[in-house]
Design a protein around this ligand. Structure first.
Ligand SMILES: Nc1ncnc2c1ncn2[C@@H]1O[C@H](COP(=O)(O)OP(=O)(O)OP(=O)(O)O)[C@@H](O)[C@H]1O
Length: 192
């Protein structure tokens, strides 16, 4: 199954859409399983510390995917998209991400907002933007959620991932790409 639209991907095994990986698994289902296993096991460890900046974001991706991909924690070098939507050109990922994380810092990492609703709206803005940048070749969604958990905790909220409804959440992420943040704010609010 093609899950990413990507042009000429040297990161994949020739003739496949399976990403080269440290375990040399060429079957996508097995790779998915291995990826998730490694992710879950790294989740048990202390997470990298940081200032909720882009360096921190990269370190989190590296932490969770270091067992699977050589390029864990590094920004992608080819153009990717999902569905109808193409993400940021690789050459603009770093400047766009730095800009976004600067704005996040200027907004006090959403930690001094008065209400949960306001936090959810701010978090929807951030998630939509980081998703449009899509720094990594794989593992963006999971890194987004880990970071959202950190932002919430930093603001005094515990994110309850059991409240995440995958279908509506994905739909909300997709419409957020076109600038409609409201459904995503609703989905985030459900979890805090
Ligand atoms: N058509 C789309 N337009 C915009 N964003 C999308 C689209 N489809 C999926 N996404 C978002 O892309 C992210 C998933 O990216 P990626 O596959 O790199 O992450 P992952 O962690 O490997 O997978 P997942 O999030 O499914 O566990 C999610 O935030 C998802 O909401």
């Amino acid at each position: 199954m093609v899950r990413y639209n990507a042009v000429e991907d040297p990161l994949c095994y020739p003739g496949t859409h399976v990403l080269r990986n440290k375990a040399d698994i060429e079957d996508q289902d097995q790779l998915d399983e291995f990826e998730q296993l490694m992710f879950d096991s790294r989740a048990q460890e202390t997470l990298p510390e940081g200032n909720l900046d882009f360096a921190h974001y990269l370190a989190l991706h590296r932490h969770f995917f270091q067992d699977v991909y050589e390029w864990a924690g590094e920004v992608r070098t080819i153009r990717t998209g999902k569905g109808e939507n193409w993400f940021c050109y690789p050459e603009y990922i770093v400047p766009e991400a730095e800009k976004l994380f600067t704005q996040l810092a200027e907004r006090k990492h959403l930690a001094d907002l008065e209400t949960k609703d306001a936090f959810a709206q701010g978090a929807a803005w951030f998630l939509a933007e980081i998703n449009a940048i899509h720094p990594f070749r794989e593992g963006n969604g999971r890194t987004q959620l880990v970071f959202l958990t950190m932002l919430a905790r930093n603001a005094g909220y515990e994110l309850d991932e059991t409240q995440l409804q995958p279908g509506p959440f994905l739909d909300a992420m997709i419409v957020s790409f076109s600038g409609d943040l409201e459904p995503l704010a609703v989905e985030i609010r459900r979890m805090i």
